[in-house]
Design a protein around this ligand. Structure first.
Ligand code: SAH
Length: 310
């Protein structure tokens, strides 16, 4: 039976995150420097103040990985309640070592309906995408059967791209931002992908630290796709939210004082100065994470400009 590509990707990634240590395969910003999580925490505290400092605020993170970002963020802002959206039991256990008082949920729907500030770093790229291929005859949708692609007719409406084009639609990511918008949440979404929707396949798989074939041995590789920030922004606006950004990670972190924090740390720990400079470079250099990674904020309509956004 052919399986729709997004269903395949969801199944493969659920198996991967349940059985593997993803950080053996890739490194994320919070694992590069504590300053990344500290900036997210300071940002969240300012956003909370701008909301009028509601005492029943919930500080949430989607896809917290090892829990590093939140542990660092809570040093900057010891928020009263911490909620994690995480499906992997294995990663939940790791997160509990760093943030023992967190409350875990399988999805956003589990978080109580109270004022919410949410951070998601490299979460949406792991959610499954549908892939559509433009053939001479029209659009087909990508399926998987016996470890091979199979393109089948689709009713899904798509722009009139030339034959050979590929379009990706991340329905889980779109409904995630719509749900955040409906809750009037403030969200900081950090991920890799273009600011403007780009045609083409961005699906990639990484196994044991190396590029892999996404169709081989599902559950042994991390399968990701670029995040389409302009579609997310449009979905959030349609659902009644305002968006700020996307801006490049370089611009966001610089405006939030990354270099000043790094300098302050280097003065206190001179032996670590070179390592801190390398970390700052990795997070901000255009050929590293500075340019491909984007930062998008969601907030209620009419909300003032959040830190890090022009
Ligand atoms: N934010 C972390 C980890 C990124 S890896 C960091 O920056 O280091 C992706 C994270 O999302 C993992 O914690 C993974 O288990 C989680 N995840 C992936 N798909 C998910 C889903 N559908 N629902 C909830 N969590 C998911």
């Amino acid at each position: 039976m052919p399986e729709r590509f997004d269903h395949y990707m969801a199944r493969a990634n659920a198996a991967y995150y349940a059985t593997h240590d993803p950080f053996a395969d890739f490194t994320t910003a919070p694992e590069i420097s504590q300053v990344f999580g500290e900036i997210c925490g300071a940002w969240a505290q300012i956003a909370w103040t701008m909301l009028g400092a509601p005492p029943d605020i919930m500080f949430a993170e989607a896809g917290p990985g090892r829990g590093t970002l939140m542990a660092d963020a809570l040093r900057a802002w010891p928020a009263p309640a911490v909620h994690f959206i995480e499906t992997s039991p294995r990663l939940r256990a790791e997160q509990a070592q760093r943030v023992p008082h967190a409350i875990w949920h399988d999805s956003l729907a589990g978080i109580p309906d109270q004022p919410l500030i949410l951070i998601a770093n490299e979460f949406l790229d792991a959610l499954p995408v549908r892939q559509f291929i433009r053939h001479e005859s029209g659009w087909l949708e990508r399926h998987v059967e016996n470890a091979a692609y199979l393109d089948l007719p689709t009713e899904h409406p798509l722009p009139d791209d030339p034959p050979g084009s590929i379009r990706e639609v991340n329905e889980s990511a779109l409904s995630f931002v719509r749900d955040l918008a409906c809750r009037n949440a403030i969200a900081l979404i950090i991920d890799y992908g273009p600011a403007q929707t780009a045609p083409g396949s961005s699906v990639q798989a990484i196994a044991q630290g190396r590029p892999a074939d996404p169709l081989q041995a599902p559950g042994t590789a991390d399968i990701t796709a670029h995040v389409d920030f302009s579609s997310l922004a449009a979905a959030a606006r349609e659902a009644g939210a305002e968006v700020q950004g996307p801006v490049k990670q370089y611009a966001f972190l610089t405006a939030c004082g990354l270099f000043q924090r790094m300098d302050a740390l280097a003065r206190r720990h001179p032996a670590r100065a070179a390592e801190l400079r390398r970390a700052a470079d990795r997070l901000t250099a255009p050929e590293a994470m500075g340019s491909l990674f984007k930062v998008l904020a969601l907030c209620p309509k009419g909300f003032p400009t959040l830190p890090g956004f022009p």
